[in-house]
Design a protein around this ligand. Structure first.
Ligand code: G3P
Ligand code: CA
Length: 226
């Protein structure tokens, strides 16, 4: 069975993560959905970056929160790529997006953008943070949201249900048949991160998952095959 393929931070195994190059590459490679991470700049822009600090992924240092968008624009995010804002990604590719709220305060700004641009059918808001999902659902009750889990995966099905999420995106190593069965009983879609080897892909298939989040084009190709 073909699995849904989600490109992790674009296609971060082959391009600088969370950059336009990475999202375009994932789209060209045929991934079904693009996943990205969101923080807020000092002046309130929805910045596409995984960490709260710019140190690991750019040539700068310091917290995203303490920098203006103009300052963030001056950084090299890898191979000359700039740090994108969410709207640029939306305008550069046409794929569905899983927008992961890292900074809880980004929820309101993201909901406003979805409303203003009419992105209800294109964006699924995902997060590890209950309050970010609650805030999203308060503003946009019909928008699909997903709960992301790692260590707390055993509690994911009931927590996702309580939050009104339709999707659980869980760390593969923490998933087991029991958790998947409880998700199924609650009619929750289940995908796993991060699936980057044929062994992991075989495990995802054995668990009967709906999809995989991957860094690698070859894993996406294998996952999409019958
Ligand atoms: O899509 C979920 C996955 O991205 C969560 O892990 O740390 O890569 O954001 P992380
Ligand atoms: Ca993420």
């Amino acid at each position: 069975m073909p699995l849904l393929t989600v490109g992790h931070r674009g296609l971060m195994g082959v391009e600088p993560e969370n950059t336009l190059r990475s999202f375009r590459r994932a789209e060209r490679a045929g991934l079904d959905v693009l996943e990205l991470d969101l923080h807020l700049s000092k002046d309130g822009a929805l910045v596409v970056m995984h960490d709260a600090k710019v140190d690991r992924t750019t040539d700068g240092y310091g917290a995203v929160r303490d920098m203006t968008l103009a300052e963030l624009r001056g950084l090299d995010a890898g191979g000359g790529e700039r740090v994108p804002v969410l709207e640029e990604v939306i305008d550069s590719v046409s794929s569905p997006i899983q927008a992961e709220i890292k900074d809880r305060d980004a929820a309101g700004v993201l909901a406003g953008l979805i409303q203003r641009r009419g992105l209800h059918d294109r964006i699924t808001v995902i997060s590890f943070h209950d309050e970010a999902l609650r805030a999203t659902r308060e503003r946009l009750p019909a928008l699909p949201v997903g709960l992301v889990t790692g260590r707390s995966t055993a509690l994911a099905p009931e927590r996702a249900r309580e939050l009104g999420a339709g999707l659980v995106s869980a760390e593969l190593a923490r998933l087991d048949a029991g958790v998947v069965a409880r998700c199924r009983a609650l009619e929750l879609q289940v995908i796993a991160w991060t699936v980057n080897s044929s062994e992991d892909l075989a495990r995802a298939r054995e668990l009967g998952l709906d999809g995989v989040v991957t860094d690698l084009p070859e894993i996406a190709r294998a996952a999409a095959a019958d």
